[in-house]
Design a protein around this ligand. Structure first.
Ligand SMILES: [Zn+2]
Length: 108
């Protein structure tokens, strides 16, 4: 059964919150919108309960991904089901100027 998550937060917190929330579910769509006064961010996430990621195209079957940190090192993080380009396009990484609605492509 799918469900919807709505988040209201400060702009700089978006990458961290998105990582935390998206890593705990299997998102099917994510939309980032500014509030009407532009001072904060709204995230609308449609999701299913998290699967075991056995069929995931982003991670290597174990539900984890290697994530490049700004200091050049890497960290293992829970897979969000979105690769870096997806996160960039949806405005979910630092300094991303884009705000496109992301939808999981269906392979089945
Ligand atoms: Zn995955």
């Amino acid at each position: 059964m799918s469900f919807e998550i709505r988040i209201l937060c400060e702009h700089p917190d978006v990458p961290r919150i998105a990582q935390t929330v998206l890593a705990s579910v299997d998102a099917t769509s994510v939309r980032r919108m500014p509030t009407s006064d532009g001072t904060r961010t709204r995230l609308y996430i449609n999701a299913d309960h998290r699967s075991n990621h056995a069929d995931c195209t982003v991670c290597d079957d174990d539900g984890m991904v290697l994530w490049a940190l700004p200091n050049g090192s890497e960290q293992r993080r829970p897979c969000t089901g979105m690769d870096y380009e997806d996160l960039l396009a949806a405005g979910l990484v630092r300094h991303s100027p884009y705000r496109q609605t992301w939808r999981r492509s269906t392979h089945d």
